[in-house]
Unconditional design. Structure first.
Length: 290
């Protein structure tokens, strides 16, 4: 990711005092963790897509989850490997051998900018963004086009169904927009540095030096923000969280006059409706848990 490219910019500005081993491992570990975080979001979006479209055929077991997690970390470790190989100590001045910098040094026959374009920009931003967007679009499509039987006894189900649509749509839009917002500044900065031939002026260089750490922080925050989004856009979580501050013990059976029916209630109502109308699918109601 550009996250470890910003490590390069920082390390080239300040003398590196942590030695050769950490010069190689710090950028590598940073790259692996950020990559694993991004592809974990991709795995979550794929899991939700499969749960909505193929609830019976594609059930995720603990064994499958462990395999997916292991593959994500293996994939991240491989893609970040060049930074383990090509970060090294360099002397700023031969007359001052004690002043060293930790910089990215690619062999002459290899182009680091091409690697940035193919791996960083495409595999770590555009591809994950595309997969997440496509998965959530099809989830929205399935939920929004879901039809509930038109029956006078099902008015409550129809109301709940419409509320679920709005909740799912809001969640999907927020998750995708937050991902774009958090990572876009960093990719814009390093696309400007690596892939443009226009010389960087002194003023622009100072601006980039100040903006790069902020953009790096924003990208890292994406992994911190998402759990909060999933939690606080969930009605039951919000209810339990605020109940802690009110000093009340939250129960799993809220009063029916103030709370939205949960997934179990939907299933009961749907089961009752099956005896009166045509049989329908229940997978859409799982979307209320998003």
């Amino acid at each position: 990711m550009p996250a470890w490219d910003s490590t390069k910019e920082t390390n080239a500005t300040y003398s590196w005092i942590l030695g050769w081993f950490l010069c190689k491992t710090v950028p590598y570990i940073q790259g692996v963790t950020v990559c694993a975080s991004v592809y974990s979001l991709v795995a979550i979006s794929i899991d939700r897509f499969l749960a909505i479209w193929f609830p019976l055929r594609c059930q995720i077991t603990k064994k499958k989850a462990r395999i997916v997690i292991a593959f994500i970390w293996f994939w991240a470790s491989v893609l970040a490997l060049p930074w383990l190989l090509f970060f090294d100590l360099a002397l700023a001045d031969p007359n001052h051998p004690t002043v060293t910098f930790c910089v990215e040094t690619w062999p002459p026959e290899m182009n680091g900018n091409v690697y940035f374009l193919v791996v960083n920009l495409i595999l770590f931003y555009l591809l994950p963004l595309g997969i997440i967007s496509v998965c959530y679009f099809f989830i929205w499509l399935r939920v929004w086009r879901r039809q509930v039987p038109n029956d006078s006894h099902l008015s409550r189900i129809e109301l709940i169904h419409q509320k679920a649509k709005v909740g799912v749509l809001k969640m999907l839009i927020v998750v995708v927009l937050v991902f774009i917002f958090c990572w876009l500044p960093l990719y814009v900065i390093f696309t400007r540095i690596k892939l443009t031939s226009i010389p960087i002026s002194l003023t622009e260089g100072k601006i980039l030096a100040l903006a790069t750490p902020i953009a790096q922080w924003m990208g890292a925050c994406n992994s911190c923000i998402n759990p909060l989004l999933y939690a606080f856009l969930n009605v039951k979580f919000r209810r339990a969280f605020f109940a802690l501050f009110r000093g009340y013990k939250w129960t799993r059976n809220p009063t029916p006059h103030h709370d939205k029916p949960n997934v179990l209630t939907l299933r009961k109502l749907h089961s009752r409706a099956q005896n009166q109308t045509v049989r329908t699918h229940t997978s859409v109601y799982e979307a209320t848990e998003l």
